[in-house]
Design a binder for this molecule. Structure first.
Ligand code: NAP
Length: 278
């Protein structure tokens, strides 16, 4: 029998750390199988899904810009994918192409590991209203946050997101974010501000409560300007690497039959790769 083969697809995709993560687990568990980065242009994505349906792969991960096309193209979606409106994990089941979203799971699982008790906070400020923010808001709602404030540069996008999720989610301007943060137990940056090459933090942390946890889902660099500011103030910080690692767990288990662990060794491996890319 051919070796089970999984993939990560996006465009471009050469920057993806997913092959390092999944190959580490394949080796650690001495499993037969492969995990490759497969670049697919948006115009070719539908035919790529046909290749998955025909059994060329056991499944795989989907990233920018294909998460919405994957959502539309699968035969079945899990609850998280339905709520978030995007698919990042594909697998076959009973002849059906299935799509899930593990980003919310990855975010929450990482905070469970890195900042136990994080979900006792009831009020969260989410900066940004893009695709990743949807996953974060879904995770916060699933953990029972009672007040979720979204602040975004383009306020209309924050309003769309608040309307999509309803309940405890409200929309705000980015300029007012510092005021919204004064009683927030958790602040999450989901914008690309602070990524490699960009200066500045998206929020002034001066008025955050001293018990606040500050999370930045950007992981290049590992220490973003927001996290550096928060650390200087003595606040608990969580970088974006753990979310990346934990979101990979459910897919690996589906494709290769073993639930892998996010070990300190794996973290160190990806940290070194991120540091080398700077
Ligand atoms: P996206 O859909 O393109 O959304 C980008 C967000 O950033 C929007 O809210 C956008 O605001 C905001 N933004 C961009 N430039 C800005 C600026 N100069 N000032 C203020 N706001 C700005 O992207 P995404 O898919 O949500 O991803 C966002 C980030 O999350 C990326 O850095 C990505 O690498 C990271 N991420 C990490 C993980 C992980 O596993 N750790 C997973 C997913 C994503 P507007 O709406 O005003 O344009």
């Amino acid at each position: 029998m051919a070796e089970p083969r999984a993939f990560v697809t996006g465009f471009p995709i050469s920057h993806s750390r997913s092959p390092i993560i999944h190959r580490y687990w394949l080796k650690q568990h001495a499993l037969r199988g492969n995990y490759d980065a497969v670049p697919v242009e948006p115009k070719d994505f539908a035919s790529f899904l046909d290749r998955v349906r025909k059994g060329e792969f056991v499944g795989g991960n989907v990233t920018i810009p294909h998460k919405e096309q994957a959502f539309a193209g699968v035969d079945w979606r899990d609850e998280a994918a339905e709520a978030i409106g995007a698919v990042n994990t594909l697998w076959m089941d009973g002849g059906k192409l299935c799509g899930g979203n593990t980003d919310a799971y990855g975010f929450a699982a990482d905070l469970d590991q890195s900042a136990p008790g994080w979900d006792k906070a009831r009020t969260a400020l989410v900066i940004g209203a893009g695709g990743a923010a949807r996953a974060i808001v879904h995770a916060l709602m699933a953990r029972g946050f009672a007040d979720i404030r979204i602040a975004n540069r383009t306020q209309a996008r924050a309003e769309d997101l608040a309307a999509h999720f309803g309940g405890p989610v409200t929309a705000h301007r980015l300029e007012g974010a510092a005021d919204l943060a004064t009683d927030a137990g958790l602040v999450v940056n989901t914008t690309s501000v602070g990524m490699k090459g960009e200066d500045g933090a998206p929020l002034d942390v001066a008025h955050l409560p001293s018990s606040a946890i500050v999370s930045d889902i950007v992981y290049v660099p590992l220490q973003t300007p927001l996290l550096a500011d928060a650390r200087r103030r003595g606040l608990k910080t969580v970088n974006g690497l753990g979310m990346l690692l934990h979101q990979a767990v459910p897919g690996f288990e589906r494709w290769f039959g073993v639930r892998p662990e996010v070990t300190p060794e794996l973290r160190a491996l990806i940290e070194a790769d991120v540091a080398a890319a700077r």
